[in-house]
Design a protein around this ligand. Structure first.
Ligand code: SAM
Ligand code: SF4
Length: 455
């Protein structure tokens, strides 16, 4: 770090202005949290944040969960080659899940030679070192680790929001759902020590954070492989005790591992938000089996019933994939059936994307594009129609809202979130940001509310 900082300082003096960086994050909350760490390192190295890709250092933190994510990055790289021609000193770096795929790195080395630095998901803590190496060597530096057992604590972090923060509780995934590339690019499951997590959250709270989102690919298996095993529910109970922390969220919960202990803990908690993201993926037991999800339609529905019996008001959201290989119209109708029965507050719907190297990519009967598109549209409409009815259930009530930002659509308005994660817009100013206030939910508008501040 010291050497990188020294170089950036000298270069800034030479240029007569601060060196700037620009980062763009693709993909999930894990990547968003990684980017906060990368930003922290860049700031510590002496860079200042720029506003766009005309900066001295441009970093894309990539996602590869679906093919589209890859295509976007190649598109951006094409655009950057023109930008770099105008500013030859500019450096372009790529990191994240896409870089863990050897064929991607090979393609970049061959066709995108204007890229300066490539690293993966396991060594983001090395950014300063890699930067320095690139400064010295003046040629493309590639450092992608296949895996790691290491968890590096106490990296500098530049948070996007002062009042809320993601907190990694574990890394990687052991589930190998047959369509998913995450276990291959994020490695095996590793949990952080509970003491480290608590210490980090205490530090965040001391710094003004009132809401944390505990992050893991499958938080329900947290702590199982620690030397002193601990359950996720126990971790939540410890986090709950942190004074000054107001709201606890977490994602993602794999239905196969969701315990009665967790339901009980959520029910008794004053801080855990009234929301659970419970990915369904498919409503067909046959497809679920081939997805290697390890639960059936009936087990999923029974779990939802148990959750609702304990917490009648809880908001449920989900992820659904349409067009998994071999999905028949009957299989798809099973998914629609679960959607109608559970009545989600919202759902992320995805068209199945073939990921090379995953078992599903080699499965027969890939579903034709037009059939998938038709099912996807029907599913989306069903999800949206139900969500509009479900979200409405709090209309006319007064609820606690954490104010997050100035409303980007309407002047004089702010945007916040209910405990159940629904968005509310209401008249207010920047002084409310980061505060939890009472808001009357005047009118439901599909998936959000228009409200008014209760003084
Ligand atoms: N670990 C989490 C889980 O199990 O739900 C989330 C992982 S993934 C980043 C987020 C979502 O992407 C998944 O829930 C799944 O619906 C979707 N997804 C993963 N692989 C996919 C693929 N090959 N095609 C389409 N969607 C996919
Ligand atoms: Fe992918 Fe399944 Fe792991 Fe989620 S649980 S990251 S969908 S393999």
């Amino acid at each position: 770090m010291a050497k990188a900082r020294d170089y950036v300082k000298r270069k800034s003096a030479e240029l007569g202005r601060p060196m700037t960086f620009f980062t763009q994050t693709f993909g999930c909350q894990m990547n968003a949290r990684d980017s906060e760490k990368l930003l922290g390192i860049l700031k510590e190295a002496g860079y200042e944040e720029g506003t766009d890709e005309n900066s001295d250092f441009v970093l894309y933190n990539t996602c590869t969960v679906r093919e589209n994510a890859n295509l976007k990055v190649y598109g951006r790289l094409g655009y950057l080659s023109g930008v770099k021609r105008k500013n030859p000193d500019m450096m372009i770096a790529l990191c994240g899940c896409m870089m863990q795929e050897p064929e991607v790195v090979a393609k970049i080395k061959k066709s995108y030679r204007h890229v300066d630095l490539i690293f993966g998901t396991h060594n983001i803590f090395k950014l300063a070192e890699l930067l320095y190496e690139r400064f010295m060597e003046k040629k493309m530096v590639v450092d992608v680790w296949e895996g790691t057992n290491e968890i590096v604590e106490e990296l500098p972090i530049e948070r996007k929001y002062p009042f809320k923060s993601g907190v990694n509780i574990m890394f990687g995934c052991n589930n190998f759902c047959s369509y998913c590339i995450v276990p291959y690019v994020r490695g095996r499951e590793r949990s952080r020590e509970p003491e480290d997590i608590i210490k980090e959250i205490e530090g965040l709270v001391a710094d003004g954070v009132v809401e944390v989102m505990l992050l893991g690919q499958n938080v329900n298996s947290y702590g199982k492989n620690l030397e002193q095993p601990i359950t996720f529910a126990e971790l939540l109970r410890r986090v709950e005790k942190i004074e000054g922390l107001e709201r606890i969220r977490f994602m993602t919960s794999h239905p196969k591992d969701l315990s009665d202990e967790l339901i009980e803990t959520m029910k008794n908690s004053k801080k855990i938000c009234s929301h659970l993201h419970l990915p369904l993926q498919s409503g067909s037991s046959e497809i679920l089996k081939r997805m290697n999800r390890k639960y059936s339609k009936e087990q999923y529905l029974a779990l939802v019933e148990k959750l609702r019996a304990a917490m009648p008001d809880i908001s449920l959201t989900t992820d659904i994939i349409v067009g998994f290989p071999g999905e028949t119209e009957e299989d798809f109708e099973e998914t629609m059936d679960v959607v109608r029965k559970v009545r989600y507050d919202s759902a992320f719907t995805f068209i199945y994307s073939k990921r090379t190297g995953t078992p599903a990519a080699a499965m027969p009967n890939q579903v034709p594009e037009d059939v998938v598109k038709n099912r996807f549209d029907r599913l989306l409409k069903e999800v949206q129609d139900i969500a509009a009815e479900v979200v409405k259930r709090h209309e006319g009530t007064v609820q606690k809202v954490l104010v997050e930002e100035i409303d980007t659509h309407e002047a004089g308005f702010v945007t916040g979130r209910l405990s159940n994660n629904t968005v509310v817009h209401f008249a207010g100013d920047a002084s409310l940001i980061g505060k939890i206030v009472d808001v009357s939910l005047d009118e439901a508008k599909g998936f959000y509310y228009m409200g008014s501040l209760v003084k």
